[in-house]
Design a protein around this ligand. Structure first.
Ligand code: PEP
Ligand code: MN
Length: 367
C-alpha cells in the first residue's frame, strides 16, 4: 500500500519538538498554573498536553475530568499561545475535541491495540484535517502499530506523528514500559520520513531515567519528546511518580540534553564515517557467512543424529555452550544478556535446521 504521510511539524536541529503538560487535566487552576509556570520559565512548548479522558488499566482510579476540561485547554491556547493536544479513544471524544478546537489529537496505547477502536476514531476523523499522533500498542506488535497508522491514513489524515511509549512487560524491569527500541527502529526503517516522538515519561514510570531515555531517543534521531509535567507531581491524580515540575523539566532534562545532527558537511567527518561504516559492513558480511557455516555443521550433526537415532536437543551440551561463551563475554566487553540472547537465537536456528534435515530424510524414507 502506497503511503505518503506528511510530517505534522518541521524538524528542528536546535532542540527536540516538545510535547509537555500534565498526565491529566484535574482542574482549571491546575492546568492554568502549569501552563503559567512553563510560560514564565520560557520552556519551548510546541504542544501542551493534558489527558481529558483517561484509559486506566484498573477501575477506581481517576478516569479523567471529561469534556469540561477541553475548555481549560482552550484557555491555555488563548492565554499562552500554545497549541494543545489530548487523547481520543472513540468517536465522541473526536467530536468533542474538534468542537473545542484542539489542535492535535493522539491515540493512546490502549486504543492502538484495538482495531475496532482505531477504526471508530478513523471514521470520526473522515473529512477533517487535523494532525494525529499514534502511540505504539501496549504489546510489542509492529503490525498492529502499522495497522493503526494505515487506518488513520486511509480516513484521509495525512499529517501523522508517531509516539513511542514503550511496551508492557511481565516481571521486573527498571522501566514501567520496556522501550524495545528495535521496534520503532524497524518502523522507521520502513517509513523513514515519519515524525517520531519518544514518550520518556511512560517508558520510565518514574523520574530517574527520564534524561537517559530522552537522550537515547535523540541519539536515534527522534524528532521530539513527550514529557509529563505537573506543578505538584507528587499529588497528581494520575502518574504521580513519573511527572516532573516545569522547573525540573527545564533544569534537569531539557537543558542537559545534547542534540546531535543527523549528518555533516565536513569532508573529513564524512570520509571517516564512511570508512567505519564499511568496516561494519565487512564484519556483518563475515558474521552472516559464519552463521551460515555453523548451520551447515548443525545440519551435518542432524544427519548423524538421525542415523544413530539420537534426539536433537541435549540439554548438557547446550548448557556447556552457554557457560563457555558466557565466560568469554565479560572480558570481551559484551553483556551476558546480549550473548545469552544471541546464543539462544543461534541455537534455535540450528535446531530448526536439524529438524528440516530429519524430516527431509523421513520424506525420502516414506516415498
Ligand atoms: C498518557 O499519555 O497519559 C497515556 C495514558 O499514555 P499511554 O496511552 O501511553 O498509556
Ligand atoms: Mn500519563
Amino acid at each position: 500500500m502506497e503511503i505518503n504521510i506528511k510530517r505534522p511539524f518541521p524538524k528542528s536541529t536546535e532542540r527536540p519538538f516538545l510535547i509537555t503538560g500534565p498526565c491529566s487535566a484535574e482542574s482549571e487552576e491546575q492546568v492554568m498554573k502549569i501552563a503559567q509556570q512553563m510560560h514564565d520559565l520560557d520552556i519551548p512548548v510546541d504542544l501542551f498536553r493534558a489527558g481529558i479522558w483517561k484509559p486506566r488499566t484498573r477501575p477506581n482510579n481517576f478516569e479523567g475530568i471529561g469534556f469540561e476540561g477541553l475548555q481549560w485547554l482552550k484557555r491555555v491556547k488563548e492565554e499562552f499561545g500554545y497549541q494543545v493536544t489530548t487523547e481520543v479513544a472513540n468517536a465522541n471524544h473526536v467530536f468533542e475535541a474538534l468542537k473545542a478546537n484542539i489542535d492535535v489529537l493522539w491515540l493512546g496505547a490502549r486504543t492502538t491495540v484495538n482495531p475496532f477502536s482505531v477504526q471508530e476514531v478513523a471514521d470520526a476523523l473522515r473529512g477533517v484535517d487535523v494532525p494525529v499522533f499514534i502511540k505504539n500498542p501496549i504489546n510489542p506488535d509492529l503490525a498492529l502499530w502499522k495497522g493503526a497508522i494505515e487506518r488513520i491514513y486511509n480516513a484521509g489524515i495525512e499529517r501523522i506523528g508517531i509516539v513511542h511509549r514503550g511496551f508492557s512487560k511481565f516481571g521486573h524491569s527498571i522501566y514501567r514500559n520496556i522501550p524495545l527500541w528495535q521496534i520503532p527502529i524497524e518502523l522507521k526503517r520502513e517509513f523513514p520520513d515519519l515524525f517520531f516522538v519518544c514518550d520518556a515519561s511512560h517508558i520510565c514510570g518514574n523520574r530517574d531515567n527520564l534524561l537517559d531515555v530522552s537522550q537515547t531517543a535523540l541519539d536515534l534521531n527522534y524528532d521530539g519528546l513527550m514529557l509529563e509535567s505537573h506543578w505538584d507531581p507528587d499529588n497528581a491524580w494520575s502518574d504521580a511518580k513519573q511527572q516532573v515540575t516545569p522547573f525540573d523539566l527545564k533544569e534537569k532534562i531539557l537543558s542537559r540534553l545534547q542534540m546531535r545532527s543527523s549528518d555533516s558537511d565536513n569532508t573529513e567527518f564524512k570520509n571517516n564515517i564512511e570508512d567505519l561504516r564499511s568496516r561494519i559492513d565487512a564484519i556483518d558480511k563475515e558474521l552472516i557467512q559464519m552463521l551460515a557455516n555453523r548451520m551447515e555443521v548443525a545440519e551435518e550433526i542432524g544427519r548423524y543424529k538421525k542415523q544413530n537415532n539420537i534426539a536433537i536437543l541435549q540439554a548438557d551440551r547446550w548448557n556447556e555452550i552457554i557457560d563457555k561463551s558466557m565466560e568469554k563475554a565479560g572480558p570481551l566487553g559484551l553483556s551476558q544478556d546480549f550473548v545469552g540472547k544471541f546464543l539462544k537465537a543461534v541455537h534455535q536456528e540450528s535446531i530448526d535446521h536439524q529438524k528440516d534435515v530429519m524430516t527431509a530424510d523421513q520424506e525420502t524414507v516414506n516415498k
